[in-house]
Structure formats: C-alpha cells, structure tokens
Write a protein that binds this ligand. Structure first.
Ligand SMILES: CC(C)[C@H](C(=O)O)[C@@H](O)C(=O)O
Ligand code: SF4
Length: 427
C-alpha cells in the first residue's frame, strides 16, 4: 500500500514508539521566536539543562514585537538574544535582519522536502508548503526539541484537498484557503494533515502555497502539505545547487517525498475553484466567510497588509497593481508591513513601496506587530480592520476590534474605497 507524504516523513524520522500510535521523530529544524522560546529557555535553565541538541539545526528570530515596544518585550528579546549567543546559534536574526518567522526562514532556504520542523508557534504549518511535516508545539515539546532534537506526535491521518480548475482573475491563494476553511469548518481538520493537491496548487508559486499551508491550522490541521515539484526546486535552487548536479536530479530526490498514487486518505475533498470569487470573513472565526460582493460597502477604519500569510513580495505586487496612481480613502489608515527585509528591499527596488506611500499607506519595518494586536497598528475599541492576516478572533488586533480577513487584492481595493470592495473592478 502506498504512503502519504506525512507517512513517509514519519517512517523515515522514527526513533521510538513508546506507546502504540505515539511516534518520536528526529527533528531537522527547531525554529524559535521571542514570545514562546524564552519560557522554554527559563525552564531549561531552572532545571540545569541549558543546552541545545545541535546549534546548526536551531533557527531563531525576534519577530513578533520588534523593535521592542516596552520593557516586557525588550526582556523577551534579550532572553532569546543571549541564549542564541551563549549556544552559538548562527542563524539568529535580530533587529535589522529580522522578519516574520514563517516568511524569513523559508526565504533563507532552511526548509526542504521531507523535513520535520517544529516551533512554538501555531502557524508553523506554513512550511508544509515545501513537502515537509511542520507543526506548532507547546512549551514542553519545544524544550525537548531544543534539548534532544526529537518530538513525539500521534501520527496524523491525512485529508486530501483537491483544488481543481483554475483560479479566475482577481482570485488568489488566500481566497482559496478561506473558501476551503469555510467548507471544512474551524475544527474540520483537527489533528489531521491537510494535503493540498490538484491543478490549482500545481500552478501556484511557493509564496502562494505558503499562504495555503499557513492557514491549515485555522481548520485545526496539524500541518498543511503541498507536493514538492519543479516549483519547489526552482525556489530552493540557490541553496541546493551545490548538492545536486542538476535541477532534474533535485526533482528526482524531492519526488521521493510526494504521496504515492495509491496512498490511503481519511477523506478526499474535491473543490472546483474555476468560479470562485474573492472571499472575506465576516465574524470572529475564520470559517465565517462570504463572497466579497456580499460584504461590499462594510466600512473599515484600517487596512493592514502583511504577516506570515500575505506579507510576501507577490502579495505586495498584486496590491500595488491596484493602488498604483490611486489614493486610499481619507477615512482609512493603510499599514503595510513587508514580512522580511529582503521583501522590503525588493519592493523598494520595484517601486512598490513608492506606490504604497503615494497612495497614503504607512510602511513599517518587518514584524508581526499588528497581526496579533501588539504593535504598529493596534485597533481601538469598536474599530474595524481589513487584513491580509490569518486570524479574525475577537480582539485579535486590539481589544474590542473587529477583523475581516481577505486577500491583498481585496484589501487594496478596500483601502481605496474605505469599505470592503471587490478587487476585480480594479484589475
Ligand atoms: C505568539 C504565538 C505563540 C502565536 C501563535 O502561536 O500563533 C502568534 O504567532 C499568533 O499568530 O497568534
Ligand atoms: S504574522 Fe501573525 S500569525 Fe504569523 S506568526 Fe506573526 S503573529 Fe502569528
């Protein structure tokens, strides 16, 4: 019987099965940020176990609130910084070199097909876009991962999601994943792996695949996996060209991690996206979705473009195409946070930053900041934000604030009108 990608990764990384169904896996990458890792560090220090299993496999970044906004966040940053120095963690990214973890680490080439990846962050599922098993974990698992380079999982069953057809103009990966979450529900994939397949995914860039995988957790999914292919090889080529004689050789090696044709799935879902419209959330759960046309006219106070979901160069490009030569509504605050310094620089080189600024946007440094309501764009009570992020929970971007999730294109159109708007008329 064939195996899924997740089953192949579990089989190849298995070091122990202490109880039936509980599998201890060897880890290829342990990623760390300044919100959750300092708690693990403090506990390891208190237990007299201030060690790391392999400094080259640990990647750390200060990204959630950076530059620090107060004493608390400065202390969190300091703890991570000192720990990284103490253990000679070379892949540590501090102010000036830092960006949102799930955008920065893939951009640095740290993720490869077949890898096991953990982080004390729920959107670690993003890295499944490379054909990896990547999962968010709690503090205890993170501590064990840092110390021993292993993590215990119950082997998840896989739900295969076939995205068929082709995405129409003005409709993007974000609309596709919001639609899928709307169909599955916020618990529809709990403790399951979501495997994204089909012609829509095959045609996507790595950036778009990361947008898909990023939101697997919003349907409860442990990881959101895409099949490694030539798109994956091309993205990683600058980092792997010394390891393989040709791109074809890399593709052959990566292909071992693709699910077999006769793999067994718990469920197979088929969605034809050829007639999909731009999608927007309307409530406090990411499965509460409607076509943008139905919510058109809903006034917003702020438009936020950024985050690990949609703060990448292709996102900025799409929004800039709409904003070019236009001004955002006077009633709206537009905030752009390019997700990494490289994205920021590339966007500057392409004139995208100018377009945003001329339209009336404020451009912040790369950080999570506003996405989780901590800095650089926190909402006031009763305010409404159109956002390219992944969570619309009550108060997510500020106490008493409301968030509508949408694509970069829809948010750009919304910024122009000051009300939720269909981006297709601007394309
Ligand atoms: C701070 C961190 C633990 C959190 C997460 O795990 O997702 C954050 O990234 C978020 O998106 O809410
Ligand atoms: S950008 Fe938002 S969702 Fe992504 S890791 Fe940061 S806080 Fe979490």
């Amino acid at each position: 019987m064939g195996k899924t990608t997740a089953e192949k990764i579990f089989a190849s990384h298995l070091v122990d099965e202490p109880f039936t169904g509980t599998k201890v896996l060897r880890l290829d990458v342990v990623m760390c940020h300044e919100i959750t890792t300092p708690i693990a560090i403090a506990d390891l220090v208190a237990r007299g176990k201030d060690r790391v299993f392999d400094a080259t496999k640990i990647k750390a970044v200060i990204d959630h609130v950076t530059p620090s906004k107060d004493s608390k966040t400065a202390t969190q940053a300091k703890m991570l910084r000192e720990w990284a120095r103490r253990h000679d963690i070379k892949d540590f990214f501090d102010v000036g070199a830092n960006g949102v973890c799930h955008a920065l680490f893939p951009e640095k080439g740290f993720i490869r097909p077949g890898y096991t990846v953990i982080m004390g962050d729920s959107h670690t599922c993003t890295h499944g876009a490379f054909g990896a098993f990547a999962a968010g974990v709690g503090t205890t698992d993170l501590e064990v991962g840092i110390l021993k380079g292993v993590c215990a999982f119950r082997e998840p069953k896989t739900i295969r999601v076939n995205l068929n057809g082709t995405l129409p103009k003005g409709v993007y990966a974000k609309d596709a994943i919001l639609y899928v979450i709307g169909q599955l529900g916020v618990n529809g994939a709990t403790d399951r792996v979501l495997e994204f397949r089909g012609p829509v995914v095959d045609a996507m860039t790595m950036e778009s695949r990361m947008t898909l995988s990023n939101m697997a957790i919003e349907a409860g999914g442990t990881s959101g996996i895409c099949m490694p292919d030539m798109v994956t090889v091309e993205y990683l080529w600058p980092f792997i060209q010394n390891e393989y004689s040709s791109k074809e050789a890399a593709l052959a090696a990566f292909s071992q991690w693709r699910s077999d044709d006769d793999a067994q799935y718990e469920r197979v879902l088929d969605f034809d996206l050829s007639n999909l419209e731009p999608i927007v959330t309307f409530g406090y759960k990411p499965d509460q979705v409607k076509p943008a046309t139905e919510l058109a006219g809903t006034a917003v106070d702020q438009v936020y473009l950024g985050s690990c979901t949609n703060g990448r160069l292709e996102d900025l490009r799409v929004a800039a195409e709409i904003l070019k030569g236009r001004k955002i509504a006077p009633t709206v605050r537009g905030i752009l946070s390019p997700a990494t310094p490289k994205i920021y620089q590339d966007a500057m080189a392409e004139g995208i930053i100018d377009i945003f600024m001329e339209a009336g946007f404020c451009v912040t440094n790369p950080t999570c900041g506003a996405c989780l309501g901590m800095s650089n764009g926190v909402l006031a009570e009763g305010e409404v934000c159109a956002s390219t992020t992944n969570r619309n929970f009550m108060g997510r971007m500020g106490k008493g604030g409301m968030v509508h999730l949408m694509s970069p294109a829809t948010s750009a159109a919304t910024a122009i009108e000051g009300k939720i708007a269909d981006p297709r008329k601007y394309l």
